[in-house]
Design a protein around this ligand. Structure first.
Ligand SMILES: Cc1cc2nc3c(=O)[nH]c(=O)nc-3n(C[C@H](O)[C@H](O)[C@H](O)COP(=O)(O)OP(=O)(O)OC[C@H]3O[C@@H](n4cnc5c(N)ncnc54)[C@H](O)[C@@H]3O)c2cc1C
Length: 436
């Protein structure tokens, strides 16, 4: 790749339509019914429910609201569960496995209804998602899963053989794939800005650039220390996901922040876009370190994301890796310029499932494992109903024991290079087997 292809901007493409900025300073309440740490999708969705139920509620964010993953993500409404059905059944039993999978469907429908009912202007389009298969063996297995998904949950999903692939995507990189029609795309920064709008209108106080440094039990409530002063809160909800810091050491030992990066191309010719992404679907693939990609909402650019294993400085290497991934899938983009390259943190845990859990009276709603556009608003909302002790709303399948702690880990993910190398090796083996 020529030097000129390194992206011009290191801020999210999404911020052009919905800039992320601090809110005017708010005075600090001495007492609150509920204090929320983190004002991303999860914190704001929870705040909205609580404020509408009449609680005094404030969300504190160490950065500008949305500056975490909620305005940086790919905007794909995946709501995926990483472990497959067999793994979930083995770990939690068949009943729980089915409940977890069914909740993915509910959570997606909840988001789509929420966007419609609250009239959130976020460029949402229910386009469907194409997932490319690496080799024939993987295609057969993905085709079986698509059929099972349709049978089990009634989701429109089907296999696309290699001979029909170009109706969906302009590449021969895959050996067929599958489509599911319950997933679409939106502008994530617009979604966050709109969620912020309705949360503020409902009476949630949002403090920008006000980090929480500790949460201590105090009688029947909590004394929460922030950079702006101390607040007494009856209840505390933590929604910090990939940005979890030393304020919540218990959570920090259970969540691993992982960088994810996205590149955006310059505007492409309409004929080229029609050839490469004829149905304007969201795209994924069957590799451990695979890429996710999509057209921009106006259909003029391609955005492609993947893991970024660099922890420091120079953004060039991970950007070059993503560019190589783009060109491997679409060789005709070799000389196309990149307009943006940016990163954010997702949060993984040991069993790769989102969570609502309570520890020492503090409630946590977090751990979205790279799929929070659907999960964070849903889990935040469920957590709020739990705080309200509302019996109308059924318990979430994700409301159970805390994620397991990670031995020898206190916030510095020293083991990630080895984990990424291991995944890379699995992918190389999969590619080699597919090429035989
Ligand atoms: C590059 C990228 C691409 C992604 N693509 C997709 C996708 O296409 N589809 C999908 O479903 N998901 C995707 N995700 C994941 C998704 O964005 C997240 O799961 C989701 O936004 C999490 O929302 P949240 O509210 O839990 O956390 P965040 O939005 O990350 O917010 C957490 C907030 O907590 C604040 N905070 C942390 N500690 C403190 C403290 N001590 N005091 C005060 N505030 C604190 C932070 O400042 C931050 O703003 C992607 C993520 C990234 C980074």
């Amino acid at each position: 790749m020529h030097e000129r292809n390194i992206a011009e901007q290191s801020t999210p493409f999404w911020w052009e339509a919905a800039p992320v900025k601090p809110l005017p300073q708010q005075s600090l309440a001495k007492e609150l019914d509920v204090l929320i740490v983190g004002a991303g999708y999860a914190g704001l969705a929870a705040g909205l429910v609580l404020a509408r139920a009449g609680r005094s509620v404030a969300a504190f964010d160490a950065m500008s609201p949305g500056e975490g993953a909620s305005s940086r993500n790919g905007g794909i409404t995946s709501g995926s569960i990483r472990p497959d059905h067999a793994t979930l059944s083995r770990r939690f039993g068949e009943k729980k496995a089915l409940a977890i999978e069914a909740e993915g469907k509910l959570a997606r429908e909840f988001l789509y209804d929420f966007i419609e009912v609250e009239r959130l202007d976020c460029d949402f389009q229910l386009t469907g998602l194409f997932r490319g298969a690496i080799g024939h063996e993987q295609y057969e297995s993905m085709a079986r899963s698509a059929e099972a998904l349709a049978k089990r949950l009634g989701i429109e999903s089907y296999a696309v053989p290699h001979t029909e692939q170009r109706h969906y995507i302009g590449t021969d990189f895959y050996r067929g794939g599958t489509v599911r029609m319950d997933i679409g795309g939106l502008n994530p920064a617009k979604l966050h800005a709109e969620l912020l709008r309705v949360a503020l209108a409902a009476g949630v106080t949002v403090h920008s650039n006000t980090s929480v440094s500790s949460i201590a039990r105090d009688g029947s409530g909590f004394r929460v220390t922030t950079v702006a002063g101390t607040v007494q809160a009856r209840q505390v909800l933590v929604c910090t996901n990939g940005y979890t810091d030393g304020a919540t050491p218990y959570l920090r030992r259970r969540l691993v922040p992982v960088r994810s990066r996205i590149i955006a191309t310059e505007e492409l010719a309409p004929e080229m876009m029609a050839r490469l992404m004829p149905k304007r679907m969201m795209m994924g693939e069957g590799l451990q370190l695979g890429f996710y990609y999509r057209p921009s909402p106006d259909g003029r650019r391609i955005l492609l994301g993947g893991r970024d294993s660099s922890r420091v400085g120079d953004p060039a290497a991970p950007t070059l890796r993503l560019h190589k991934g783009l060109v491997t899938r679409f060789p005709e983009l070799e000389n196309v310029r990149l307009s943006h390259s940016w990163f954010g943190n997702v949060a993984m845990n040991r069993d790769m499932l989102p969570r609502i859990f309570e520890k020492d009276g503090v409630l946590y709603a977090t751990g979205f494992c790279g799929s929070g556009v659907v999960w964070a608003p849903w889990v935040g909302t469920r957590a709020a109903h739990k705080l309200l002790r509302s019996s109308e709303h059924p318990c979430s399948a994700f409301d159970f024991r805390p994620p397991a702690f990670i031995p020898l880990y206190r916030g510095n993910p020293w083991f990630m290079p080895a984990v990424i190398q291991g995944y890379g090796m699995q992918d190389r083996i999969a590619m080699w087997r597919a090429s035989r």
